[in-house]
Design a protein around this ligand. Structure first.
Ligand SMILES: [Zn+2]
Length: 227
């Protein structure tokens, strides 16, 4: 079996995290969401972890070379020998170039960068409809997809439901602008390298998952034909 080295791309609200976890289970590959692995590296106290901690403690952004160090440490681990799934990295072109370089050093190749495409309108609908319990933030509802029994009230504890700052339309817009500005060049970059694969992401998660499986199966067939 060839390796399956994947990057997941998509705007906030595209369901990247959901698909990442599904792929992790389906293919038994480690799933690395950047925020999580930075925190894990800090906790383990590895050399790069300690470097990252210095920046995080100061409230600074962790620089590219440190993040790349952390990612490199993960993908060289035994559990990533058959492949891995990256989410949230690379986020910029210099990061993507550094990842390419690292992979080349390791004699490995990225299989695909999967872009989950969702329209801006749908993202606003998904994120903008979210309501959160004012008492317990893990009680989350959606006005359309998962409404509470009584409007504006938490089913679990009767507390008032609120719109989190993150879910305000102007904030969502800003997050989307940031995504376009930073990630669009990255999409072009993967396209030029011939590894970009687009997946229509507006259907239910099971269908998006099926589409990803189908495209990975196609890639495998293509690879076999090359051998
Ligand atoms: Zn509640």
């Amino acid at each position: 079996m060839p390796e399956l080295n994947l990057i997941l791309l998509g705007p906030p609200g595209s369901g990247k995290g959901t698909q990442g976890k599904r792929l992790q289970e389906d293919f038994r590959l480690p799933y690395y969401a950047t925020g999580d692995i930075l925190r894990a590296a800090v906790k383990e106290g590895s050399e790069v972890g300690n470097q990252a901690k210095e920046y995080m403690d100061r409230g600074d952004l962790v620089p590219d070379d440190v993040i790349i160090g952390v990612i490199a440490e993960r993908i060289q681990g035994e559990d990533a020998a058959d492949g891995f799934i990256l989410d949230g990295f690379p986020r910029t072109q210099p990061q993507a170039e550094a990842l390419d370089q690292k992979m080349e050093e390791l004699g490995r190749e990225m299989t695909a960068a999967i872009l989950i495409e969702v329209s801006e309108e749908e993202i606003l609908r998904r994120l903008g409809g979210r309501r959160t319990c004012s008492k317990n933030p893990s009680h989350i509802y959606h006005v359309e997809f998962d409404p509470p029994k009584k409007e504006g009230t938490c089913d679990e504890d009767g507390a008032e439901l609120i719109v989190r700052d993150d879910d305000r339309p102007d904030v969502i817009k800003h997050r989307l602008d940031q995504y376009h500005e930073k990630t669009e060049p990255l999409i072009d970059y993967f396209e030029e390298r011939g590894i970009l694969r687009r997946v229509e992401g507006e259907q239910p998660p099971e269908e998006v998952e099926e589409r990803i499986h189908a495209l990975l199966a196609t890639l495998r067939r293509e690879e076999e034909m090359e051998i």
